[in-house]
Ligand binder design. Structure first.
Ligand SMILES: [Zn+2]
Length: 600
């Protein structure tokens, strides 16, 4: 059985299957019905809200052989748009290095008539990432587009697109998809796949996905890999390091009681279980909002995350004024998280502030020095500032790896990659045997397990000390990045899909398959992820051995694996290009990376 990502399998096949975005669907359908086609569209909106899916559906509607405006999904044109092979529907990721080249190339070819369809459709993703040269070249084409060409530009950051480009496009703003629409889509898929679930589990996934359908489905896949064919709320909490409602309520109660010791103890236990602090903050705000609403209305129907009993408890415990104050402090913290490097320390201070200011609310005297005393006390386990370029905290079970001098290779940084296609690992399948029969023996010879009991499932820890690489070092790694090797590895990446059901390596494969190779050097592989809860898991020191083992099966050599999230990758790429422009990039031959620490 070939594995295919849920969001690819269940990509909408017609406008009516699109989750949310009804306003856009209706406008586009009307335009098609009246044959009023613009030459350029700008699809703006958060990631995973259906911009690319909509663009593909539009391309089908323009070229469907059954009828203009349809998506029959059976004619040659529809089918080849679906599988990405249509010669007239060209998708370009402007965020990748060759994106610029491709834009230039497309502008060259724009004048030629479509080969197979009626319209040539150019879908340019992340259009804001184009260089000014490419922008200008595109602008010229947009000024006088040939009649047979439709441009669909997609971006998550419309403010970064040149106004002269925006003004030539029909703009559509995609919104985050509302929870009900995502829930409907997920339930439909789960029923089709015959998977059992409870609604709180679905709600927890929806909360994590934050309005992105693609994210919801990719989170769902992770939970399935972890929990099998029946998913419960606890599985989602465990896997993604979320606090349960009870834990959140207990924390709020401890804060309200001004029990500083208890607050710190709970904080410690959250950290130990690998909780995502930003998400916890936002969840605490949801609870407080419910409490506030209930205090004012006593309407059970207005509650969204807690029960009426919980709301009543909070009402009796905390005054409205204090609730408002707590909300204010947490909202400010959310903003501050964006600018500080050590979120954990800030969060501890925020909790202390919440707990001590609540003291005041209960009528007890608020004593300034008391707060000072608490703050001055060393906070539990502050993150050590280590001088080495790559920090790594001690861990016994980690792989031993020393990277000394790294030889000079290509100078291009690794761009963002879109992997697609194949599903069966070539190094696993040589004959007609089924994957299940074949994987086990093959993988066990290919991947040398360090411990003797190879039957044991490799677990992935969700908490623990993390490796961290600073920007300066990341730039050096980018300088050493080997573009060709990265492309080679990217092609093999889908191999992990076939391994997600593997008894031993399933969890590790499931974690890896969602990453994209971003930079490859002789000794380091940097992966790019969509969620920090996943990239964090790669960086947890104790997870390295299992990850390195599986990667070795694909790469044929041991590397240090490190993960970053997409926004980080884009930021680093900007710095890289900025430095390159002013000729300030370090020279590859001068770079000596000392990966210090006993586990690197
Ligand atoms: Zn068709």
């Amino acid at each position: 059985m070939a594995y295919k990502a849920l969001y690819r399998t269940y990509r909408p096949k017609s406008f009516s299957e699109v989750a949310g975005q009804k306003h856009i669907v209706r406008t586009i359908e009307n335009a098609l019905a009246n044959n009023k086609i613009a030459h350029a569209y700008l699809f703006c909106g958060p990631r995973g809200t259906g911009k690319t899916s909509m663009a593909k559906l539009f391309a089908k509607a323009l070229n469907c052989e059954e009828a203009f405006g349809h998506q029959c999904n059976e004619c040659g044109n529809c089918l080849s748009v679906t599988d990405g092979s249509h010669p007239d529907v060209i998708e370009i990721d402007a965020a990748s290095n060759n994106g610029v080249e491709e834009v230039r190339d497309l502008i060259e070819k724009v004048k030629y008539l479509p080969i197979k369809g009626k319209y040539k459709v150019y879908i340019i993703d992340e259009v804001h990432m184009m260089t000014s040269g490419a922008f200008n070249a595109l602008l010229k084409t947009l000024e006088e587009p040939p009649a047979h060409v439709v441009f669909i530009l997609a971006t998550t950051e419309p403010h970064k697109v040149l106004p002269t480009i925006v003004s030539r496009c029909q703009r559509y703003d995609f919104t985050k998809v509302d929870d009900d629409a995502i829930r409907e889509k997920m339930v439909e898929i789960l029923d089709l796949e015959k998977i059992k679930y409870d609604i709180p589990a679905i709600n927890a996934i929806i909360d994590l996905a934050d309005g992105g359908v693609r994210d919801a489905l990719s989170i769902l896949e992770h939970v399935l890999a972890y929990a099998g064919n029946s998913i419960k709320e606890k599985d989602v909490f465990d896997l993604f390091g979320l606090a349960s409602t009870k834990e959140k309520l207990d924390l709020i109660k401890a804060i309200a009681n001004g029990d500083v010791k208890d607050v710190l103890k709970r904080m410690e236990s959250f950290i130990a279980s690998g909780i995502d602090i930003k998400r916890l903050t936002s969840n605490l705000l949801d609870v407080l909002k419910d409490a506030l609403v209930y205090s004012k209305t006593e309407e059970q129907i207005l509650l969204s995350v807690i029960t009426e009993k919980d709301a009543l408890d909070l009402k009796n415990l905390i005054e409205v004024e204090r609730l408002n104050e707590m909300i204010e402090i947490l909202l400010k913290a959310q903003n501050d998280f964006k600018v500080v490097s050590n979120i954990r320390s800030l969060f501890e201070l925020v909790l202390l502030r919440l707990a001590t200011s609540s003291n005041k609310s209960k009528g007890s005297e608020y004593i300034e020095p008391k707060e000072e005393k608490i703050v001055d006390k060393p906070l539990p386990k502050p993150e050590p500032k280590v001088e080495t370029k790559i920090e790594s905290k001690a861990s016994e079970k980690s792989i031993e790896q020393k990277i000394e001098t790294i030889e000079v290779k290509a100078v291009e940084p690794a761009p963002l990659v879109e992997t697609n296609g194949s599903t069966v690992p070539s190094w696993l399948l040589e004959d007609e045997m089924t994957i299940d029969e074949k994987i086990k023996p093959a993988i066990e010879t290919k991947i040398k397990s360090k411990d003797s009991n190879t039957q044991d499932k490799c677990t992935i820890n969700t908490s623990g000390d993390k490796n961290a690489i600073d920007d300066e070092t990341m730039i050096k790694i980018m300088v050493l990045g080997d573009k060709e090797e990265r492309q080679t590895i990217s092609k093999k990446w889908d191999d992990f899909n076939a391994l997600v059901a593997h008894p031993k390596y399933g969890l590790v494969a499931s974690l890896l398959k969602d990453g994209r190779p971003y930079i490859v050097t002789k000794d380091v592989l940097v992966l790019e992820y969509d969620f920090d809860c996943l990239s964090d898991r790669i960086n947890i020191v104790t997870n390295q051995p299992a990850i390195a083992e599986l990667i070795k099966g694909i790469l044929g050599r041991e590397v240090f694996v490190y993960a970053i999230i997409r926004s980080e990758a884009l930021r680093l790429q900007k710095s890289f290009f900025g430095l390159r422009q002013i000729n300030k990039l370090p020279k590859a031959k001068d770079i000596v990376l000392n990966f210090k620490g006993e586990n690197l």
